[in-house]
Every structure is written in C-alpha cells, then in structure tokens.
Design a protein around this ligand. Sequence first.
Ligand code: ATP
Ligand code: ATP
Ligand code: MG
Ligand code: MG
Ligand code: MG
Ligand code: MG
Ligand code: MG
Length: 257
Amino acid sequence: IEEINNVTPEYVRSFEFDSKLMPSTWIVVRIDGCHFHRFSEVHEFVKPNDDRALNLMNLCAVAVLEKFWEDIVFAYGVSDEYSFIIKKTCNLYQRRANKMVSAIVSFFTSTYVMRWNEFFPQSELKYPPSFDGRAVCYPSTEILRDYLSWRQVDCHINNQYNSCFWKLVASGKSKREAQNSLKGGQLQKKIEELAIDYNKLPVMFRQGSSVYRDKVDTVPTHEENGNSFESKGKVIVEHVDIIGPTFWLEHLNILDE
Ligand code: ATP
Ligand code: ATP
Ligand code: MG
Ligand code: MG
Ligand code: MG
Ligand code: MG
Ligand code: MG
C-alpha cells in the first residue's frame, strides 16, 4: 500500500485517451454478429433466411431505440448486423466513441440472449453469442443516406446470391459446386435460370428492416408524476425501400436536424 501511495489518480488517468466523435455529424454505430456463419449453423438457422433470427434481431433493435430514445432516430438491419443512426446534436457520454459503442453493443447482446427463447423455444442457446461494434461519423444527411443505401444494396445482392446458392444446394449440388457455378455470372440471370420467384420472397428478406419512431402528428403532452412529457411515438419495424426518396419524403421528421 505504501509503495503505491505516490501513484496519483491523475497520473494513472493521464494514459487514457478518449477518442471523441466529431461534433455536429451523424454518428452510425454498426454492430455485427461475431462468427455468425458458425452460430447460425450450430443453432440450425433456416437457410438462407431464418425469420426467427431476423425477428429477434429486430426486437433487440427496437429495445435499443427505446432505451436510447433521445439520441437514436433510426436503425437499419439485415442478416447479423444493425446500423444505429444517432442524431447530430447527440451529446451522450460527451460523444466518447468507446462508451457509446460499448453501451449499445452490450445492451443489444444481452437483450438478444434474454429474449432468445421467445424466438427459438425449441432450441437452447449452445454458447454465448457476441457482437462487435464500430462508430463512424457522417458529416451530411446526403452522405448518411448514401451509407444507408449501401447497406440496403448489400442486402439485395447478398440475398440474391444466397437464394441461388441454397437453391443449388437443395437441388443436390455440393456447396463447392454451388459456389463455383455462381462465380462471375450475373445473379439476375441465375435467378431466372433457377426459376426463383424472387419478388415473391418475403419483403423482410429482400429489403431488410427499418426501425424508427412512428411520429404521432398531434404531439400530445401527458402528465406523469406532475411532469409533462412529449409523446415519443411507438417504435416500429418496417420493410421498405430506403434508397429512393419516397420513404424519406414521407418521414421528414426522422432525419430533420
Ligand atoms: P464476422 O465475425 O466476421 O462478422 P460472420 O460469420 O458473422 O463473421 P458475416 O459476414 O457477418 O460473417 O455473415 C453473417 C452470416 O450469418 C451469414 O453469412 C449467414 O450465414 C449467417 N446468418 C445471419 N443471420 C442469418 C439468418 N437470419 N438466417 C440464416 N443465416 C444467417
Ligand atoms: P456508470 O454507468 O457511470 O458506470 P454506475 O452506477 O455503474 O454508473 P460505478 O462508478 O461504475 O457507477 O459504480 C458501480 C456501483 O455498482 C457501485 O458504486 C456499487 O453501488 C454497485 N456495485 C457494483 N458491484 C457491486 C457489488 N459486487 N456489490 C455491491 N454493489 C456493487
Ligand atoms: Mg464482423
Ligand atoms: Mg458477422
Ligand atoms: Mg454480417
Ligand atoms: Mg464502475
Ligand atoms: Mg458502472
């Protein structure tokens, strides 16, 4: 004890460097399941799209929006990933990146574990799943929209590929054969060749999931313990095109600054 008496908290602290996220920019925290290729096999996810797993992801995202309701305005999810869009004016943890990412990713993960049984009542969790996370700043709404479009395009391309891949496997091809036959070729052509009725697939598989607060247009204030609160609106999950302008024009409040 005596030996460490001269070690001041200031000295130990002086080694800590907080990276702060740039002020007045949109922050995207993207989380992604670690080794979910394996996790989905061990837990027998239906391929290519297990809707129980997707619905569990969506529920966790709703929980995140409800918990961080002052700061997170939108989320977009596909497969084992979710992107959370945080307001430009957010000052949560003084915008310290480590704090923000770790708080979101750990809350998401613990919710995933707590609620697993509701979605997979027949199958026990065989080991603890984990997610990683990162934060990226986007200086304008236009670039943020480009980011979201990129994720939705990725969803579409992966889903086309996976639909072909698993159709080939179902027809008796090995995974290697399926992979080889999809190399280089145009996916659109493959879909026709394999007679996949792509547009009949559930919209959640094709467009991913968008989570946001359904704005009640008359903003009623209600009394709670003597304080009045603005109604926050219910958090909802929709499967919509977020690349074109229509969705954003119909929901101007989501990305207003
Ligand atoms: P990493 O740790 O680098 O993220 P990963 O194995 O998680 O590795 P990803 O690129 O994130 O790789 O891909 C996630 C994988 O999880 C998909 O390829 C798919 O096999 C599986 N997966 C995730 N969600 C589902 C789902 N709802 N239905 C079926 N499979 C899924
Ligand atoms: P923050 O979110 O800022 O970390 P906090 O409430 O978690 O806020 P900490 O400084 O991390 O504050 O302190 C953790 C608190 O949790 C302790 O002050 C104590 O009250 C409680 N705590 C943690 N572990 C134990 C334990 N094993 N037994 C009893 N209390 C505990
Ligand atoms: Mg990853
Ligand atoms: Mg992953
Ligand atoms: Mg992924
Ligand atoms: Mg502590
Ligand atoms: Mg603490």
